[in-house]
Design a protein around this ligand. Structure first.
Ligand SMILES: Nc1nc(=O)[nH]c2c1ncn2[C@H]1C[C@H](O)[C@@H](COP(=O)(O)OP(=O)(O)O)O1
Length: 218
């Protein structure tokens, strides 16, 4: 690893992709060989995974949904499901792919209703963000949603799951988000999504130690 200013090779070129060749393709995912010019001007290749379903520059949405109820702590609505690529259960924000001609906001409200049964309103939208850029071009937009838990539509939420979908809904109090996740990880063989855990760490930092520096250098 080199520090800033210690690069062996000089960056002389604006890096860019020159060719994308499909090596293998399935119904949902394809593997490509990406030929690109690196910052030193050398031509190189990279193995890239892509979704076949992409409609725009954004594959899907993640939903940060906050359930607000009278006399209850605000809770983050989470989903637990068996993820075949991981071979285990995961703890994630509700999420899904954006359909053709669908906005990210509409996809978020639809996926939230399908996966959790809750009806919410959009209160915030992130930019398009990358998910695993060393492997794939997959992107997501995180949509912030508030759920009025006192609304009759949200008293007994009913999921609308498709065939083959098995989703458990978990409500985790926002003010204990990281602790509740840690408890779950100790109890169950489950992997937490990195977006979820970094959000939880941020909440802990913001609530418990707002004035403490994250890293104190000696
Ligand atoms: N990589 C995938 N392989 C599959 O065999 N099937 C897949 C993949 N990605 C998505 N899907 C299928 C599963 C669902 O039937 C649809 C929609 O998934 P969606 O609910 O939008 O997204 P997730 O909740 O993130 O699975 O696509």
């Amino acid at each position: 690893m080199s520090n800033v200013g210690e690069h062996v090779q000089k960056a002389t070129t604006v890096p860019h992709v020159i060719k994308e060749e499909v090596i293998a393709a399935g119904q949902w995912v394809k593997l490509e060989k990406t030929t690109y010019v690196d910052p030193s001007g050398s031509t190189r290749t990279w193995e890239t995974a892509k979704r076949t379903t992409r409609q725009t520059n954004c594959d899907g949405v993640g939903i940060f949904a906050l359930l607000k109820r009278t006399l209850h702590k605000d809770c983050v609505v989470m989903v637990k499901q068996f993820r075949p690529p991981m071979g285990c259960y995961t703890l994630e924000f509700p999420a899904g792919l954006i359909d053709e001609n669908e906005s990210a906001e509409a996809a978020a409200l639809r996926e939230l209703k399908e996966e959790t049964g809750y009806q919410g309103e959009v209160v915030g939208v992130t930019p398009v963000t990358c998910l695993d850029p060393g492997l794939s071009n997959c992107t997501t937009t995180i949509i912030m949603v508030n759920i009025n838990g006192d609304d009759p539509a949200n008293i007994h939420p009913t999921q609308q799951l498709a065939d083959g979908e098995f989703v458990d809904v978990l409500l985790l109090p926002l003010n204990e988000f990281q602790n509740k996740i840690d408890d779950l990880l100790k109890k169950e063989n489950i992997v937490v999504d990195s977006k979820v855990y970094i959000y939880a760490m941020g909440m802990t930092q913001a609530l418990a130690k707002p004035n403490e520096l994250p890293v104190l250098k000696q």
